[in-house]
Write a protein that binds this ligand. Structure first.
Ligand SMILES: Nc1ncnc2c1ncn2[C@@H]1O[C@H](COP(=O)(O)OP(=O)(O)O)[C@@H](O)[C@H]1O
Ligand code: SF4
Ligand SMILES: [Mg+2]
Length: 327
């Protein structure tokens, strides 16, 4: 498989009056053609900032990509002008967000919104765009697409709106779809339908997907490969089965242990103790040390490197030193 996206040592920092906030602090991320990669971690880990960086949508000021490369089909997006990036956003990489209502325009019908995108980016006539809009809505599972195009967003349920957003995102045949918590606002049944839809679209169109979520249940449903983020860094990367069968990093183990299972009541859920530190003051040494059940003296003073355990599995923890090779 060929590599579509190659993020190398990406650092996106925010600059406030007194602080540098290293929201994304040196991540590497590869996505192959047709692959679904999940970025997981608790709120504040830097997942959204990492994905917005790929699209160069970081508000500047206060934010800035300070280091690294984002190679998309070999072209470094970091060095592209805003005009060139607009083309990339319209043709190659699309994004959907958690709350489809904020991304849909309330005063335009569903049809008008899709047609607008197709006329602008695909240079279609209105008539061609309308036909294509109906096709796209069918693609995302609306059987009565002809009627739906004249509806306004507020008339649709959350799940339907998210389907519309996916239709809009797919309208340019993107090579990469970035989905930031696409199912978080939806109830469980609808969540499963949206994940099914994304899987189905990927199979049919071979689009690569970067899915961002705090939910390991979602990861197990859809991902081929997983990157676990903590405090702006990747702490573990593995194929999805291996991440669940052989989690290495104490943080990953904690996340997996805190998944509620069907036969357990919520009382038995074991959350990771403590909370995610603020990026304004990441702890010295291993950033997970204050919460880590295995932390030892060195963890509070030295920073662990990412260690490659096998070709596809790496982790950032001193416990594995000498068991793999440093990246
Ligand atoms: N506009 C901003 N100004 C300053 N800091 C920000 C801004 N946006 C995000 N951050 C910082 O980046 C961190 C990571 O945010 P984010 O990527 O949204 O986390 P996640 O998506 O993993 O929940 C936040 O904890 C916050 O401190
Ligand atoms: S380096 Fe130390 S503190 Fe960090 S995860 Fe490993 S054992 Fe825990
Ligand atoms: Mg987020």
């Amino acid at each position: 498989m060929s590599v579509l996206l190659q993020v190398k040592n990406l650092k996106t920092h925010f600059f406030n009056r007194n602080h540098v906030i290293p929201a994304v602090d040196g991540i590497d991320l590869n996505i192959e053609q047709g692959q679904t990669v999940a970025l997981v971690g608790e709120s504040g880990a830097g997942k959204s900032i990492a994905s917005l960086s790929i699209l160069k949508l970081i508000p500047n000021p206060p934010g800035k990509i300070v280091e690294g490369e984002i190679l998309f089909n070999g072209t470094d997006l970091v060095s592209l002008s805003e005009k060139q990036m607009c083309k990339v956003r319209g043709n190659d990489i699309s994004m959907i967000f958690q709350d489809p209502m904020t991304s849909l325009n309330p005063v335009l019908t569903i049809g008008e919104q899709i047609i607008e995108v197709l006329v602008y980016h695909k240079k279609m006539t209105k008539r061609e765009a309308k036909e294509q809009a109906i096709e796209l809505l069918k693609l995302v599972g609306f059987s009565r697409a002809e009627d739906l195009i004249s509806e306004y967003p507020h008339r649709l349920s959350g799940g339907m709106r998210q389907r519309v957003m996916i239709a809009i995102a797919m309208s340019c045949n993107p090579k990469l779809l970035i989905a930031d918590e696409p199912t978080t606002a939806l109830d469980v049944t609808i969540q499963a339908q949206i994940l099914d839809l994304m899987r189905d679209l990927k199979e049919r169109t071979n689009t690569s997907i970067l899915i961002i979520t705090h939910d390991l249940g979602v990861v197990s449903e859809i991902a081929d490969k997983v990157l676990v983020m903590y405090c702006g860094q990747v702490v573990e990367e593995a194929p999805v089965e291996e991440l669940f069968s052989e989690p290495l990093h104490p943080y990953t183990v904690g996340l997996i242990d805190s998944i509620p299972t069907l036969d357990s009541d919520t009382d038995r859920l074991i959350p990771i103790e403590g909370h995610v530190p603020s990026p304004e003051q990441f702890p010295k040494g291993c950033r997970f040390a204050p919460r880590c059940p295995h932390a030892f003296e060195r963890c509070f003073t030295e920073t662990p490197d990412l260690i490659t355990m096998n070709e596809k599995h790496s982790t950032r923890c001193f416990l594995y030193e000498g068991k793999g090779r440093k990246k």
